[in-house]
Design a protein around this ligand. Structure first.
Ligand SMILES: O=C(O)c1cc(=O)[nH]c(=O)n1[C@@H]1O[C@H](COP(=O)(O)O)[C@@H](O)[C@H]1O
Length: 233
């Protein structure tokens, strides 16, 4: 069975709270994810400070013309991220430019994994149709996955619902990072394609990304520990 790790999403505008959550991640041996909310609110000095000495997934979901994405990636070297995200919908030229930007700018032993976001976990069939995509989420994820892997991503961000199919098709040749994790299989917020930690693990996720179910709970450390237990075989 695929080994699955937990990534804690540090989605807050408050530096001190982010540090508290990151310390819980340190105690339980998790990676942290720093995204747009923290970065835009606290700035890049704060991102570097929070990242220091930690394994960081820098989730800025870059999506722009190839030259702009490549230049943005070159500016991220000082954060020393373990992984970073681009949107696969930016297309193959943008992805190739991102790949090259990592290969050229990051030192050999500090190259982050380049992850391609496929179909956001907040999108269901109705949302896909609303942007004129008349395929199922699974078909769209598989199509984007093939294109993105050919163009040079190391891994994919997808919902738990696509993990088993991707794992069967690509075996262990792709890193699968999986948000849309909920402790119960009931849709209660913006996440539409969801699964429990145990089921995402069984399906073959390398990493699950969890934010609010941990950070908004009464006891974040206890919930994190309970989730980690669900990831054992
Ligand atoms: O790239 C991501 O991490 C991501 C992709 C996606 O399709 N869905 C998704 O929820 N995420 C991120 O994963 C985290 C999920 O947080 P919660 O919904 O609070 O567990 C957020 O930080 C999102 O930005």
């Amino acid at each position: 069975m695929t080994k699955t790790g937990l990534i804690l999403a540090i989605d807050t505008k408050d530096y001190d709270l982010a540090e508290q959550w990151a310390q819980i991640a340190d105690l339980t041996g998790q990676m942290i994810k720093i995204g747009m909310e923290f970065t835009y609110a606290c700035g890049f000095d704060a991102v570097r400070k929070l990242a220091r000495g930690r394994q960081v997934f820098l989730d800025l979901k870059l999506h722009d013309i190839p030259n702009t994405v490549a230049s943005a990636i070159a500016s991220l070297v000082s954060v020393k991220p373990a992984m970073l995200t681009i949107h696969t919908l930016g297309g193959k030229d943008m992805i190739k430019a991102a790949r090259k930007a990592i290969d050229v700018n990051f030192p050999e032993n500090q190259k982050p994994l380049l992850l391609g976001v496929t179909v956001l976990t907040s999108m269901d069939q109705e949302n896909l149709n609303s942007v004129n995509l008349h395929t199922t989420p699974l078909e769209q994820v598989m199509k984007l996955a093939g294109m993105a892997l050919d163009a040079g991503v190391d891994g994919l961000v997808c919902s738990p619902e696509e993990v088993a199919t991707l794992r069967k098709f690509y075996e262990d040749k792709v890193v699968l990072v999986v948000p849309g994790i909920r402790l119960e299989n009931a849709k209660t917020d913006d996440q539409k394609r969801i699964m429990t930690p145990a089921l995402a693990h069984k399906a073959g996720a390398n990493w699950i990304v969890v934010g609010r179910p941990i950070t908004q709970s009464a006891n974040p450390q206890q919930v994190a520990e309970e989730i980690i237990c669900q990831l054992q075989d």
